[in-house]
Design a protein around this ligand. Structure first.
Ligand code: NAP
Length: 251
C-alpha cells in the first residue's frame, strides 16, 4: 500500500519553497522520495539543506514570479538539472489587505498577477512538458477564500477563487493526457502570510475559536495532502480542491 505514495524517481518543482507552506511541501515530497527543484526569489538554502538531508537531489531556481517571464525557463532548468518534471506545486502567493472602497489597482494587479496569472502560465509550461513525457501532477495552492468571500482582501479572494476554477479547467483539458490537476486549500496556517492575523489578539482568538482542531496549522500539515495528490494513489482524482483546514469549512 505504501508503494502507492512512493515518489522515488519523480522530479517536483515547488514555487515559493524558501519558507512556509512551500518549504513544508518540498520537504514532504522529498521524504516521499522525490527530487525537488525549489523556485524562489529569496534565499532557499535552508529548504535545500532539508531536502538534501532526506538523501534527495535538489536544485534551486531563482525566479521572481510577479510576471510570467520566468515560466518557460523554470521548466527548462528543472529538466536540465534534475532530468525531468513530474510534479508542479504552484505555491507562491501574496496577499494585500485594504477596504474594498480604498483598494488600489496596484494591490489588485500585484496579487492577481502572482497568484493567478503566473500560476496559469507556469502550469502551461509544465503541462506542455508533462503531456510529451507521459503525464504528471499539478497541485495548486488555493485557500479558504476559494470557497468563502473573506474581508478586506479583494484581490486575494479573486485570485484564489480563480485558482479553483483554473484547477477544474486544466483537469478537464489535461486528464486525457495523463496529467492530474488538483488543489489544496489550506486553512489558517502559521506562516509569514498570516503573521498580521496571528499578531492581532482579537482576530487570533476569533480564528482559533472557529477551528475545530483548536490550533493554527503548521506547514508540515500540508505535506501529506501534497504527497497524496502527487502520487499514483491519486491517479483518478481530478479537479478536486482538498481542504486541509483543521475542520474550518465544516463549521
Ligand atoms: P509565505 O510564508 O508568505 O510564503 C509565500 C511564498 O511565496 C514565499 O516563498 C514567497 O517568497 C513566495 N513568493 C511570493 N511572491 C513571489 C514572487 N513574486 N516570486 C517568487 N516567490 C514569491 O506564506 P504561506 O502561507 O506559506 O503561503 C504559501 C501559499 O499558501 C500562498 O499561495 C498562500 O496564498 C497560500 N495560503 C496560505 C494560507 C495560510 O494560512 N498561511 C492559507 C491559505 C492559502 P518570499 O519569501 O521571497 O516573499
Amino acid at each position: 500500500m505504501t508503494g502507492m505514495f512512493d515518489l522515488t524517481g519523480k522530479v517536483a518543482v515547488v514555487t515559493g519553497a524558501n519558507t512556509g507552506i512551500g518549504q513544508g511541501i518540498a520537504l514532504g515530497l522529498a521524504r516521499a522520495g522525490a527530487d525537488v527543484a525549489l523556485v524562489a526569489r529569496s534565499d532557499a538554502s535552508e529548504t535545500a539543506q532539508l531536502v538534501k538531508d532526506q538523501g534527495r537531489r535538489c536544485a534551486v531556481i531563482e525566479a521572481d514570479l510577479s510576471t510570467i517571464e520566468p515560466c518557460e525557463r523554470i521548466v527548462e532548468e528543472a529538466v536540465a538539472e534534475l532530468g525531468g518534471l513530474d510534479i508542479l506545486v504552484n505555491n507562491a502567493g501574496i496577499i494585500r489587505r485594504n477596504d474594498a472602497l480604498d483598494f488600489t489597482e496596484e494591490d489588485w494587479d500585484a496579487v492577481v498577477d502572482t497568484n493567478l496569472k503566473t500560476l496559469f502560465f507556469l502550469s502551461k509550461a509544465a503541462g506542455a512538458h508533462m503531456a510529451q513525457h507521459g503525464g504528471g501532477s499539478i497541485i495548486n495552492i488555493a485557500s479558504m477564500l476559494t470557497f468563502q468571500g473573506g474581508i478586506r482582501v479583494a484581490s486575494y479572494t479573486a485570485s484564489k477563487s480563480g485558482v479553483g476554477g483554473l484547477t477544474k479547467l486544466l483537469a478537464n483539458e489535461w486528464a486525457a493526457k495523463g496529467i492530474t490537476v488538483n488543489a489544496i486549500a489550506p486553512g489558517y496556517i502559521a506562516t509569514n502570510n498570516t503573521a498580521a492575523l496571528q499578531a492581532d489578539e482579537t482576530r487570533n482568538r476569533q480564528i482559533l475559536e472557529r477551528i475545530p482542531a483548536g490550533r493554527w496549522g503548521k506547514p508540515d500539515d500540508l505535506a501529506g495532502a501534497a504527497v497524496f495528490l502527487a502520487s499514483d494513489a491519486a491517479r483518478y482524482v481530478q479537479g478536486h480542491i482538498l481542504a486541509v483546514d483543521g475542520g474550518w469549512l465544516a463549521r
